[in-house]
Design a protein around this ligand. Structure first.
Ligand code: NAD
Length: 510
């Protein structure tokens, strides 16, 4: 049964029905916005943005603090809705969709003004005697925000807070798989007293997302798959608008011979199974030196077997959020088994539950011929490959078209950080699962196919701005120059020779 299905309409609109992955019951329907409606939303946002951009950082922050109040007041509503839409466990719904947005919005409310403070300084070199340089972080205008289904509130609220604090308006196209969380977020922004049309949600599918990019937005913030990211990047290139692409991953975990094996085994299971494995920085490949392979695998099996999966009450591992993802998980498992992988725990869809559930699974004897070790699986699979040593582990970790994040486990922190520096990924954790996105100051973004640009922290919020240099001449006379003469040309050559031909002087002048 498809969890997300087109409905026949007589009015020519695209309409969809969305079902819960746990109960398989419909939780609602929505109509896709037409291109005209999308353009109208962008026009309304542009009007709202003009007034918003005149507000001080303190005033913008006040509005964001009120949104945090809404998260606190409505946390039960958020959690219930997210569980209905995704089937994730209550603990994960709270930590990811309530606590994390509270932390992120608060961060930008408190620090956004500092990150975007106007800078006044004298330029370097001879220009310092006559010019003043002022750097102003100007908002870009209207941001088109396009988000996926695995963190329906968190992955919207975080860029929203940054874009707004920087003085922009936002038009948001949420995932068609989880459309209702964004409706709730929009409702919360209204209750928080956001100016009208500063944040608008337009519902729709991929065509609607494509229409948003064509609707005259000034930047696109996209989070989603590599395949869609390429299309979004192409469309933004054609429209000459800046874009950040936060895309998929195939994160590797390296367990060093000196690692605390209990801690690493716990990290392997958490990193692979958090959010049912629907985590862009989820651990998808684990490399373990042969010297510690047997005890490590035994501990992972023990941890994985202890996990509970149920549709009654709190589960450790929730539902697979979308039937299409179930197809991918099952296909990767079938391919791995056909190529000789051995399943130690789980491995088959959990048919004892009526919804879309895949159990925590531990697989060994895997290699890079298998889709399970090459393509993004996005499921609760702990896939472990035996290697000779840490150097082979690192070479295999880097043997991927993706480069989002990764994690290294060792008692020797200096060694862990040295290995981390050689990992070809946007970020790395040592002795923890991938937590970069949860640390607001840490720039987040992928290398290789995992993305373009970085979000979060100082660099992220500045990405919602144009850094506008204003050069003011502080002298009282005209600069002159004309008429050119042979003498003036000779004078310029003298400066080149006397200043830049002198190793000591040229350092003074730049
Ligand atoms: P997806 O690419 O299918 O869809 C993402 C969004 O793009 C949806 O809102 C969709 O409607 C929209 N879209 C589809 N076609 C479009 C088009 N042509 N133009 C504009 N918009 C279009 O991704 P998904 O399946 O929703 O999400 C899962 C993927 O997201 C995984 O690959 C995951 O790794 C990735 N992800 C990455 C991060 C990160 O920060 N790097 C975070 C979360 C998820």
């Amino acid at each position: 049964m498809a969890l997300f299905e087109a409905i026949q309409t007589t009015d020519g609109r695209r309409r969809y029905d969305v079902k819960s992955p746990v109960t398989l019951q419909s939780i609602g329907q929505f109509d896709c916005a037409t291109p005209d409606e999308v353009r109208a939303a962008v026009a309304r946002a542009r009007k709202a943005q003009r007034e918003w951009a005149t507000r001080s950082f303190a005033e913008r922050a006040e509005v964001l603090w009120r949104l945090v109040d809404q998260f606190v007041a409505r946390q039960d509503d958020i959690v219930e809705l997210v569980i209905k839409e995704t089937g994730k466990p209550r603990n994960e719904a709270i930590s990811m969709e309530v606590l994390a947005p509270c932390m992120q919005i608060s961060h930008y409310a408190k620090r956004g003004g500092e990150y975007l403070k106007t800078v006044h300084r004298r330029p370097s070199g001879v220009m310092r005697f006559s010019k003043k340089l002022t750097l102003v972080y100007q908002p870009l205008g209207v941001v088109g925000l396009i988000t996926p289904w695995n963190g329906p509130v968190a992955l919207a609220a975080n860029p929203l807070a940054q874009a707004l604090m920087a003085g922009n308006a936002v038009v948001h196209k949420p995932s068609e798989v989880t459309p209702f969380s964004a409706v709730l977020l929009e409702e919360m922004t209204r209750a928080a007293g956001f100016p009208e049309h500063l944040y608008q949600v337009i519902q729709g599918d991929g065509q609607t997302g494509a229409a948003l990019i064509e609707a005259g937005v000034d930047k696109v913030s996209f989070t989603g798959s590599v395949a869609t990211g390429r299309r979004v990047g192409e469309a933004c290139g054609r429209n000459l608008i800046p874009v950040t692409l936060e895309l998929g991953g195939k994160d590797a975990m390296i367990v060093c011979r000196d690692a605390d094996l209990d801690r690493a085994a716990d990290g392997a299971v958490r990193g692979s199974c958090f959010n049912t494995g629907h985590y862009c920085c989820g651990t998808e490949r684990i490399y373990v030196p042969e010297a510690i392979y047997e005890p490590f695998v035994a501990k992972v099996v023990e941890h994985a077997k202890a996990l509970k999966q149920t549709d009654q009450g709190e589960s450790d591992i929730g539902a697979v959020f979308w039937d299409k993802q179930m197809d991918i998980i099952e296909a990767h498992m079938a391919d791995a088994k056909a190529r000789g992988a051995k399943v130690l725990v789980g491995g088959e869809r959990n048919r004892s539950l009526s919804g879309y559930f895949f159990p925590p699974t531990v697989v060994v004897d895997v290699d890079h011929e298998m889709d399970l070790m090459k393509k993004e699986t996005f499921g609760p699979i702990v896939a472990i490959q035996k290697v000779r040593d840490e150097e082979e582990a690192l070479a295999l970790a880097n043997d991927s078209e993706y480069g989002l994040s990764g994690n290294i486990w060792t008692r020797d922190l200096a060694k862990g950080e040295a290995l981390a520096a050689r990992m070809q990924t946007g970020s790395v954790s040592v002795n923890d699962i991938a937590v970069t996105y949860g640390i607001a100051e840490a720039p987040f973004g992928g290398l290789k196919a995992s993305g373009v640009g970085q979000v979060n922290g100082e660099i992220g919020i500045r990405g919602y701005c144009h850094l506008h240099p204003i050069i003011t001449d502080t002298t009282k006379k005209a600069q002159g120059g004309y008429p050119y003469t042979l003498e003036s040309a000779a004078g310029l050559q003298k400066i080149v020779k006397n200043v830049f031909g002198n190793r000591w002087l040229r350092k003074l002048f730049v």
